[in-house]
Ligand binder design. Sequence first.
Ligand code: 5AD
Ligand code: SF4
Length: 451
Amino acid sequence: MSEAAPSKRLYIKTYGCQLNVYDSERMADVLRPLGYAMTDQAEGADLVVLNTCHIRDKATEKVYSELGRIKRMKARKAAAGDGVMTIAVAGCVAQAEGAEIMNRQPAVDLVVGPQAYHRLPELIARAHRQSGEALAADFTADEKFDALPAERAATGVAAFLTVQEGCDKFCTFCVVPYTRGAEYSRPLDAVLAEAEQLAAQGVREVTLLGQNVNAYAGEGGLSGLVRRLAHIPGLARIRYTTSHPKDMDEALIAAHGEVEALMPYLHLPVQAGSDKVLRAMNRAHTADSYLRLIEKIRAARPDMALSGDFIVGFPGETEADFQATLKLVAEVGYASAFSFKYSRRPGTPAASMPGQVDEDVKEDRLARLQALLNDQQAAFNQACVGRALPVLFERPGRKPGQVVGRSPYLQPVHIEGSESLIGEIRSVAIGSAGRGSLTGALVANPRLEPA
Ligand code: 5AD
Ligand code: SF4
């Protein structure tokens, strides 16, 4: 939370029973970290919530007439240049009438039933997107979770190319949908032009970047973009990161089987292996649907190396839930991975969920998960020993006389060789493997394996 979080005025009107009184307090709790402070005046408020009651028919009519009054306040606030008043209808009328409320009173921005109050931050952010309002300014950017890798100058052999930004997924632990805003894709032509420029400067490999890169919505989607990029002379390798399982469509999977330049390495975060936790994370996939997706991808590209992101100690995660994560990891077999302890980000729905996990339990689970992931990475690297892999050489090694490149599976590969290899793809006989890299020697008579 930034110190200068602007205070926003929240007005909640509560109808009906004690349960609603309690729920109104909870809503205020969920919204406080977003910078909302309670006010007892609807006039001028930034967010007005009517927490409704459905017990008598009259009550519903009362809500609509109140909405009429608030609509006029919303208009006055806008006319005064005092920003947007967001109007939310919660409670039992919301539950019963749903989106119908917005049809009958279009000034209403969101309708939220009693089961979904923890999703208020998401719903408000979505409503703000629709009204074109600025992003929540009170989330501090988080280097670790929020930032894309910095764009490299196109002096090297491998370059990043941003094609998409933002996120519409609203995983309940994550600040990105609030800090980076809605999913946005650069137009296909702009991306192709930039890739052509990079290739003309000697770039041999591009990594397409986006928080949800496989939701790329330019013409032809990500698979279309990949196919077009594959035709650019000089560009030999294409990668992309980060992907969401939900957007891994058939066309993209097919491209992995058909486009030679598309490298057999995929970062596809799953976060957890327990369906209960995945649901609480709002991930829109189950452990099983993720596993079936991996099966399909491997059917298209049998040597696909997988990478993932994991969170341990999400609120409510039990030892049994954590075991389900270990089981999923064992079933997938990752070539590399990133794993994190759940970190409470104020203003995100998970931050106010019950069942926050103790720090020492998180530590312990992270250590066990990382031990398994490290073993898998070591096994994956070891399995490369004795093979010949095509390596794109990128830079001189730390020791004189060494050059370093990357295998199709993104492993750094060190060999003794001349710097003149930089920019070339050559077959390397892998002689040994460390946890994070491979060593080998140029194959004298290169017969390149298909990447
Ligand atoms: N706590 C822990 N890990 C997080 N990530 C994002 N938000 C959080 C959080 N609040 C992780 C996810 C995501 C990666 C980029 O960072 O695993 O995929
Ligand atoms: Fe955050 Fe990724 Fe989930 Fe978007 S898909 S909310 S960026 S973890």
